[in-house]
Design a protein around this ligand. Structure first.
Ligand SMILES: Cc1ncc(COP(=O)(O)O)c(C=O)c1O
Length: 424
């Protein structure tokens, strides 16, 4: 079998470590399933991206939807980044992490009036509007509150990001943003509203994008629009290119931030704007693993091997909903033959699997497996389905480790739920 190694998850004497901490130790101490994150992966990726674009005026707003543990948010905030939030709940988390509201962008294709009101009340840096009705709603609510709302218009540039259809967001057929052909007129109309200050334009064309071309194509279109808006006398401050930078899960060959910068900086140079980035996956995905214990192995009469583990779609939904690939490898390397197996969870769904037809060295009961690339879109998509309790999260910093969220208790499953008296 192949092993997924990085500077942050490496084998030493046949044992997988996160930075300098052995993963068997963490599995023993905290139980499984268990998320383990490398702090220095997060820090290095942030610095790598920021360094690549240092020539231009830019700011990174971490897309907290990727991993919203407040300690993870705080790491990026401490590095000087802002935070992109997609709901009132994520806004609440960012504020709890100590993020200054002026470093928060409020995103979301369907914000409620209460969410808009909350964003204005907290004084977030800006609210992104994704439809004319939303622009009008923001204007009305801001007026009622006696405020001027800073608003950026999210535009759908109609570019194919060549990624999984469920995480493609910048095609005309996708629900996100405002149609690029309608955007200019809408911006002109919006600029006349009393309670809104239009501060910029925004795009986010998709996630897990592994080629530079879609970014270049979309950025060229958006920069043209930016110039046209400025020429109409509306002065904008920023251009937000969104997130979407792809990462290595299996055999992709994603571009580096430096390669992206080499292509985009000359285009950005055509306008005098702060460039905003909203990466999530790039900053976190390969900084995390999900540890899981082998419960049972079995083989059916057709020769198919199943490895039943204690993690499931409730901890890592991506394989079930996107058929996403996550590399799986034993935490302790043993000299065993390879076996082709399905790695499946305990949830009552045939769609509950972590890997299908995967070649992994033979496993047995109680072995600990590491499901790689689980730092993004993993814990945040977890659920209590089948009465499962969400797992703990550990943050590793060199040879130290910290419990940053503990395993849910059975009481969590009943949060505020009580038997009521239905008797007449
Ligand atoms: C508006 C917006 N910004 C940023 C992101 C982060 O994307 P990624 O994790 O691919 O960088 C997303 C993800 O869906 C998004 O919808």
């Amino acid at each position: 079998m192949e092993y997924f190694n990085s500077d942050y998850f490496t084998y030493s004497e046949n044992e997988l470590l996160c930075e300098q901490v052995p993963l068997t130790k963490l599995a023993k101490e905290f139980g499984t399933p268990l998320f383990v994150y490398s702090k220095n992966f997060f820090v290095d990726r942030y610095n790598e991206l920021s360094e690549a674009f240092k020539e231009i005026n830019h700011k990174i707003f971490y897309a907290s939807k990727a991993n919203f543990n407040i300690n993870v948010i705080k790491i990026f905030n401490d590095l000087g980044g802002g935070v992109d939030v997609n709901s009132a709940g994520e806004l609440f988390r960012a504020l709890k992490a100590g993020v200054d509201p002026q470093n928060i962008l409020l995103t979301g294709v369907g914000k409620t009036d209460d969410e808009i009101r909350l964003g204005l009340e907290k004084n977030v840096h800006l609210i992104k509007a994704e439809s004319e009705e939303e622009v009008l709603a923001i204007d009305k609510i801001a007026g009622e509150m006696g405020k001027i709302a800073s608003v950026a218009i999210r535009i759908n540039p109609d570019v194919d990001p060549k990624t999984h259809p469920y995480i493609s967001t910048g095609l005309a057929e996708n629900k996100f943003g405002i149609d690029s052909k309608l955007a200019y007129d809408l911006i002109i109309r919006s600029s006349k509203l009393e309670n809104i200050e239009l501060t910029g334009i925004d795009m986010h064309i998709g996630s897990q994008i592994t080629t530079i071309e879609p970014f270049v194509e979309a950025t060229i279109r958006m920069v043209e629009l930016y110039k046209k808006i400025q020429a109409a006398g509306i002065s904008l401050k920023h251009f937000d290119i969104g997130g979407g930078i792809g990462v290595l899960y299996k055999d992709e060959a994603p571009f580096t931030p430096k390669e992206l910068a080499d292509k985009l900086i000359p285009i950005f140079m055509q306008i005098d704007a702060e460039i905003i980035f909203e990466p999530g996956r790039f900053l976190t995905a390969n900084g995390g693993v999900l540890l899981t214990e082998v419960l049972f192995t079995k083989k059916n009469s057709h020769g198919k091997n199943f490895t039943v583990v204690d993690a499931a779609m409730t901890e890592l939904l991506r394989p079930s909903i996107y058929k996403a690939y996550h590399h799986i490898q034993p935490v302790l390397k043993k000299d065993r033959n390879d076996v082709i197996m399905d790695v499946v969870g305990p949830v009552c769904e045939s769609g509950d699997y972590l890997a299908k037809n995967r070649t992994i060295s033979k496993v047995s009961r109680k072995d600990i497996l590491a499901v790689m690339s689980a730092g993004a879109y993993a814990m945040v998509m977890s659920s209590n389905y089948n009465g499962r309790r969400r797992p703990p999260e550990i943050l590793v910093d060199k040879n130290k480790y910290y419990l940053i969220r503990s395993r849910e208790t059975f009481e969590h499953l009943l949060y505020d739920e009580e038997i009521i008296d239905l008797a007449e």
